[in-house]
Design a protein around this ligand. Structure first.
Ligand SMILES: [Zn+2]
Length: 432
């Protein structure tokens, strides 16, 4: 197959020849050759290495009313992803070799991208007893990322043991940093808006205190720590300090924390108190957003991860205090990053590729993904048209859920095509 007229990382137009699932040749004026073969017209689109998400909730097993491996990976493919890490807070929890292998097998059977299961750190996400980390690492799913995401591993001794344990197989603990006592009943960011609205606040310190502790623990035991969905300016300062020590710490930010603020809870196009903006960690202030953008630009924050969190309508369209926390994000991630980071001059397309493909693949130890687009690399490719403008219409999404905070907004860019090992999963913006 020949992919004609694409611009790798926004460079000069070239053609790609794909053979046996790999990039065989990059040049100009490439033809299909005597054997014929398919030609895909790239139309000058930007070619990026297939995106890799470190933080996706696919909800299967247990909440197939919200999402399944099939619908979630369709959503991922439409967003330009070729691999996602499936979070462990399913039902049953992915805390044994049996459950992670079940998710891995579902991915092989129904996935429109690769599905890499994340294993729970503690049994049942209950924070009392370490899960079978070694058995999950040795399983067919070859788990390397462990997280109780949705909940924080708040017990310092358990966190220390988990960090020590994963060293044996080059694993990483991905922490959802939320001090539980400081966030009991929390509904939104603690600040002037929560004060005016009378909603219980989720203070920045509840995130920052856990991140500081975990950085110190990771350094103490010489292990790898990954910080999930960093949301505050103070967290950025702590991670910057920890990295300056040479400690092995990585961090992610979500697209929504790069674009949206807590003011939306009070005043938005969809009215006040609209639970579409309810998410954990919560939307923060304008100053936090600016700090997160700067941190992603300078590498203090390593990657963008979606925290794609599908919920059925009945769990979201309800009173604010009763509504579920979370937003979907796979199909808008690249557009939001373009809006927040590229259009502002903070990142070029090479920087986007680093933060949405190369580095997340490296953190997750996915050897077949996140490779620069060059001859010999697996043909995991995303074609993206940054000049498109699209009004967000969740009814058109492949996700089973509709809880996007961008409904009605016009976002830049459009995923034109996605290729998984040379096989198109999306062409002309549509699922294949
Ligand atoms: Zn989380």
């Amino acid at each position: 197959m020949i992919i004609k007229n694409v611009r790798i990382l926004g460079g000069e137009p070239v053609d790609l020849r794909i053979a046996d699932g790999r990039i065989a040749e990059i040049g100009t004026g490439l033809g299909a050759g005597p054997g014929g073969g398919e030609t895909v017209e790239g139309g000058g689109a930007i070619a990026l290495p297939g995106l890799v998400d470190l933080h996706t909730h696919l909800r299967e097993p247990g909440r197939e009313d919200a999402e399944t491996v099939q619908t979630g990976t369709r959503s991922a493919a439409r967003g330009g992803y070729t691999a996602v890490h499936a979070m462990a807070n399913t039902s049953p929890v992915a805390d044994t070799a049996g459950v992670v292998e079940q998710v891995w097998r579902l991915g092989r059977e129904f996935g429109h991208c690769d599905v890499q299961p994340v294993g729970a750190v503690t049994v049942g996400l209950e924070g009392r007893q370490l899960a079978e980390l070694g058995a999950m690492a040795d399983s067919a799913a070859r788990v390397r990322v462990f997280s109780d995401d949705g909940k924080c591993v708040s017990d310092a001794v358990l966190m220390r043991r988990a960090l020590e344990y994963v060293k044996a197989f080059d694993g990483v603990v991905a922490q959802h940093a939320q001090e539980p006592r400081l966030t009991e009943g929390a509904q939104m960011n603690e600040g002037v808006v929560s004060g005016r609205l009378g909603l219980t606040g989720w203070p920045a310190v509840a995130e920052e205190a856990v991140i500081a502790r975990d950085c110190l623990l990771a350094a103490h035991v010489g292990s790898r720590l990954h910080v999930c969905h960093v949301s505050t300016a103070g967290s950025v300062e702590i991670i910057r300090w920890a990295k300056s020590k040479g400690w092995n710490i990585t961090a992610e930010v979500t697209p929504h924390h790069l674009l949206l603020t807590d003011d939306l809870v009070e005043e938005s196009p969809v009215g006040a108190y609209n639970p579409i903006y309810k998410v954990n960690p919560p939307l923060r202030t304008h100053a936090d957003v600016q700090a997160l953008r700067a941190a992603l630009a300078d590498g203090t924050i390593d990657v963008v991860a979606t925290d794609h969190a599908p919920h059925p309508v009945e769990d979201k369209e309800t009173e604010w205090p009763a509504a579920a926390m979370g937003m979907i994000g796979l199909e808008t991630a690249l557009s939001v990053v373009q809006e927040a980071m590229v259009e502002t001059g903070l990142l070029d397309w090479a920087g986007v590729a680093e933060r949405m493909s190369l580095t997340p693949a490296r953190i997750g130890r996915l050897s077949g993904h996140g490779r620069p687009l060059e001859p010999g690399a697996p043909a995991n490719i995303t074609l993206y048209d940054p000049s498109a403008r699209t009004e967000v219409d969740p009814s058109a999404y492949a996700s089973k859920s509709r809880n996007t905070p961008y409904e009605g907004m016009t976002l830049p860019g459009r995923v034109v095509a996605t290729f998984l090992r040379g096989t198109p999963t999306v062409l002309e913006g549509k699922l294949v």
